[in-house]
Design a protein around this ligand. Sequence first.
Ligand SMILES: NC(=O)c1ccc[n+]([C@@H]2O[C@H](COP(=O)([O-])OP(=O)(O)OC[C@H]3O[C@@H](n4cnc5c(N)ncnc54)[C@H](OP(=O)(O)O)[C@@H]3O)[C@@H](O)[C@H]2O)c1
Length: 219
Amino acid sequence: MKVILFGATGMVGQGVLRECLVDPGVTSVLVVGRGPTGQQNAKLREIVHDNFTDFSRIESELTGYDACFFCLGVSSVGMDEARYRHLTYDITLAAATALSRLNPGMVFTYVTGSGTDSTGQGKQMWARVKGKTENDLLKLPFKAAYMFRPAGIQPLHGVRSKTGWVNAIYVVTAPLLSYLVRTAPKYMTTSEQLGRAMIKVARDGYPKHLLESEDINAI
Ligand SMILES: NC(=O)c1ccc[n+]([C@@H]2O[C@H](COP(=O)([O-])OP(=O)(O)OC[C@H]3O[C@@H](n4cnc5c(N)ncnc54)[C@H](OP(=O)(O)O)[C@@H]3O)[C@@H](O)[C@H]2O)c1
């Protein structure tokens, strides 16, 4: 399977990249990002791109792929709706629209989040924007599209947040998080489980298009 990965410098994307690099069924990974991941691997190729609403300049390099793992995303904390919609909806749909045209046989998987509002009518701004993003991704002419909605994610295998104090919290709470992964799969998964589930679903399909934390942990 040939994979394109967005968001590989982020916490979720680092975990997904790690699983792609260790999975023998993933033969190549093309990372598209604003800056390099700093990783070296024979399966890995990177494109540094500057405009995430226009991929026309790099289109010729985005063809011939089987799956896209879209892990690019931001927290809505402190952001107004217009900015959050731009970074969530506009960027994701721009990339996905180009990829669906260039790779009609592609499986697209989007990392969204637990509590996403598919109705678009709810009170929480982030949940409405993510819901609209999911709904419109599901209309694109991919072979299939899957929306992964993790709740908490325990970073494993050296995956790190860019925020120092967040890493400190993950270190201090690691035993509790591991316990929750085992006992409360509705609320907690690991970066390893999420990455593996995305690869498996892209390869084998899944009966539902929306996958909650419990589904991700059961794969
Ligand atoms: N972390 C969690 O526990 C968790 C749980 C549930 C759902 N999620 C969802 O998973 C997604 C990723 O979260 P994360 O924790 O991995 O976030 P993160 O660590 O902040 O990483 C965000 C990624 O998106 C890229 N990005 C952000 N803004 C961009 C822009 N304007 N143009 C191009 N690239 C941009 C970043 O690239 P740069 O390195 O260039 O900034 C980075 O690769 C989000 O949608 C989030 O809601 C996360």
